[in-house]
Design a protein around this ligand. Structure first.
Ligand code: ADP
Ligand code: MG
Length: 463
């Protein structure tokens, strides 16, 4: 390795570790020679050699090897003319090797391993675009995912996919990763959960390998972090995430994030992180509708027909399931899996009777009733007013309108009668309830905001 090359490498190190670290630790290093895979540096002090060896050796090795040098380890010698040179026998040598790294023959490999294991956060082979059924509730998220999976120029950064449990966020993220792996094998794609991010971060702190950590995360081309709500309230992880995020955005690297709710609504997530997440494209996966659920079931049945070629499904069973199990796709899939397993055990066709028997518990659980109290709570949260103001006597428009929305939803989503609803709204008369319900019905067609509010609330109540 030439001095010139070392000069170039130093610039990379500067970028990776920042000006302060660089000036203190890297600048004073003098490259001496590279022989038999050992790169030798002279350092002014013993302490310094130790420090660099512990904190930056992996990074330096990584950079050297990436630049085409074959280096297995680093050695640091205290320069002969160093004023703080430890007292050593002047006759032994003009320079002494003070901090030879313990022989670590696989150090270079272990650097690469770390990178590979980062990339290899396991991807589920079933989660591809092929197996993802597109419907109205997820078409936008799907289209956005498709776009970033092409690996073209970064147009929106980050892409944030959010939505409730089991609606396909992880599936879409894996699909993107698979697609990128085939289309752009040159790109370094890193998928991991926010929890894994935190775990690695804490581990790096503990092992004092923050530089490696930073370096690895800043060297990816596409970073995908699943379930980012997990880092809410975990301050130092958020901080690190924020810096990683910024460093990658600055380099125009694609970032893809998922969360179980809109970034702005994640509690205990720092404002600066929130606003960073919001400056790209934020798309939500809506709760599934009947058609999508049916599509997913049909798709699954197709897959099962390979495993269970002899099994048949009676007409109406899938429709029944799509209608009755509206919680989340995972539950829907689980139900179908159980049906197939059961039917193959008893060697029968999957008909309504078998379905009712086999899925009694699932069907009962999904019969969950929406309560008036639940609606009142959701509506007051949504409009940011107190529950007591929804129920209480205040007539201000800012309370009256949400109250009417709540009444309307009670009428639509519960089996309560108007007088019953009135009673639960602070003992109001049933005509008041009727008036409120009518009013919202009218407004839904004239006032887009009200229509949207009602739709959002209904969805979140039914989810
Ligand atoms: P999330 O990460 O949003 O909680 P997942 O991506 O883990 O949800 O999805 C849960 C299950 O439902 C997975 O098995 C996934 O394959 C399946 N799934 C969800 N949405 C779809 C869809 N649109 N088409 C096919 N399968 C889906
Ligand atoms: Mg998930």
């Amino acid at each position: 390795m030439t001095q010139e090359k070392w000069g170039l490498l130093r610039n990379k190190l500067l970028k990776a570790i920042g000006r302060n670290n660089y000036t203190t630790w890297i600048e004073p290093l003098e490259f001496q020679e590279l022989q038999d895979g050992v790169a030798v540096f002279s350092v002014p002090t013993n302490f310094m050699g130790n420090y660099v060896s512990q904190n930056f050796a992996d990074l330096i090795l990584y950079e050297m090897n990436t630049a085409g040098e074959s280096v297995q380890r680093l050695a640091f010698r205290v320069a002969a003319n160093s004023p703080v040179r430890p007292a050593i026998d002047a006759t032994t040598a003009a320079a002494q090797v003070v901090t030879e790294e313990k022989p670590k023959p696989q150090l270079v490999e272990s650097g690469n391993d770390a990178l590979e294991s980062l990339q290899a956060a396991p991807l589920d082979a079933r989660f591809t675009f092929d197996s993802f059924v597109v419907g109205k509730p997820n078409e936008l998220a799907h289209a956005a995912a498709r776009r970033v999976s092409e690996g073209g120029p970064v147009t929106f950064n980050p892409l944030v996919l959010y939505g409730g449990v089991g609606l396909g966020k992880t599936h879409l993220m894996h699909a993107i990763a698979w697609e990128l792996k085939t289309k752009r094998p040159d790109l370094n794609v890193l998928y991991l959960s926010a929890e894994q991010f935190m775990y690695r971060f804490v581990q790096a702190l503990r092992e004092r390998r923050m530089m490696d950590f930073k370096h690895l995360f800043r060297s990816v081309d596409v970073l995908m972090v699943d379930d980012v709500q997990f880092i809410a309230g975990k301050d130092s992880t958020q901080e690190e995430f924020f810096h990683t995020f910024n460093a990658l955005v600055d380099q125009n690297k694609q970032i893809i994030i998922s969360a179980d709710r809109a970034p702005g609504e994640i509690k205990d997530l720092e404002d600066r992180v929130k606003s960073r997440l919001q400056c790209g494209l934020v798309v939500d996966l809506h709760p599934t509708d009947y058609e999508l659920r049916l599509g997913i079931l049909q798709n699954k049945v197709q897959q099962y027909s390979n495993t269970y070629p002899d099994l048949t499904i009676a007409d109406g069973v899938l429709e029944f399931l799509a209608h009755r199990i509206s919680t989340n796709v995972r539950v829907l899939e689980g139900a179908l899996t159980r049906l197939f397993a059961f039917a193959s055990l008893v060697g029968r066709e999957i008909d309504m009777e078998l379905t009712q028997d086999c899925l009694a518990d699932v069907l009962r659980a999904s019969e969950r009733k929406i309560t008036v109290e639940e609606i009142q709570r959701k509506v007051s949260d949504y409009y940011n007013i107190r529950l007591s103001d929804i129920i209480g006597p205040k007539r201000l428009r800012s309370y009256a309108r949400p109250r009417q929305v709540a009444m309307y939803l009670c009428k639509q989503l519960t089996s309560r009668s108007l007088p019953e609803i009135g009673r639960r709204f602070g003992g109001r008369d049933h005509t008041t309830v009727m008036h409120g319900v009518k009013r919202i019905e009218e407004l839904k067609s004239t006032d887009g905001q009200i229509a949207e509010d009602v739709e959002m609330l209904r969805r979140s109540l039914e989810a």
